[in-house]
Design a protein around this ligand. Structure first.
Ligand code: PRP
Ligand code: URA
Length: 209
């Protein structure tokens, strides 16, 4: 599928295996989500545009490529996306952060939006939407709808664990959006949880269950 990348890198799969383990505690879980997010960012931004600058080395002047300032906006979907922000900031320390509040209704599994605050100038930035879990895809689709309504044009979605259904639904709704997932799991269960998955990402990240 064009615009869909499943990273499947051994360094990432190793950390995802630890993340899935029910005995991984909140501190370890938080650290792993952050580390995986940095590794995913490295892959997701290999096509980021650069600008030419002149650099004077001790020996001569050379023309080099750097990333334009303020070119990236980090947009976590609350709550679990928050755990990925520091991992992206490691590589883009100056990036502004916007927040989209979204939760799945427990009976319908449909996304309910409750908050949206985005950085200024979103239309000229690359927006990287963060959520560790892409299950039905409903939350990511609604978040991309919102980002586009607010003017964002260049959007990437970054997830740690995805279900095949979620990838297909998000890609169908927003074929222009680049989707990056660390791994693609088997299926969703009757409650739309990802199998084998890792359980409820927000609860595991914040220790709420
Ligand atoms: C989880 C997850 C995603 C969503 C994925 O959030 O972090 O946002 O479910 O499911 P979907 O692809 O089927 O929409 P949740 O609704 O549990 O909210 P919370 O993290 O704030 O508890
Ligand atoms: N949200 C989660 O946190 N986990 C799932 O498996 C599905 C949705």
């Amino acid at each position: 599928m064009q615009n869909v990348t499943i990273i499947n890198h051994p360094l990432i799969s190793h950390k995802v295996a630890m993340l899935r383990n029910k005995d991984t505690n909140t501190k370890q879980f938080r650290e792993l989500v952050e580390e995986i997010s940095t590794l995913l960012t490295y892959e997701a931004f290999k096509d980021i545009p650069t600008v030419e600058v002149k650099v004077e080395t001790p020996l001569e002047v050379t023309v080099q490529q750097i990333i334009a300032e303020n070119s990236v906006a980090i947009i976590p979907i609350l709550r679990a996306g928050l755990g990925m922000v520091n991992g992206v900031h490691t590589l883009f320390p100056a990036a502004k952060v916007g927040h989209i509040g979204m939760y799945r209704d427990e009976s319908t599994c449909l996304p309910q939006e409750y908050y949206c605050k985005l950085p200024q100038g979103i239309e000229s930035k690359i927006s990287i939407l963060l959520d560790p879990m892409l299950a039905t895809g409903g939350s990511a689709i609604a978040a991309v709808d919102l980002l586009k309504k607010k003017g964002a044009k260049n959007i990437k979605c970054m997830h740690i664990i995805a279900a095949p259904e979620g990838i297909a639904n998000l890609h169908k709704a927003h074929p222009d959006v680049q989707i990056y997932c660390a791994v693609c799991d088997r299926e969703l269960n009757a409650q739309s949880y990802i199998l084998p998955g890792l359980g409820d990402a927000g609860d595991r990240l914040f220790g709420t269950k």
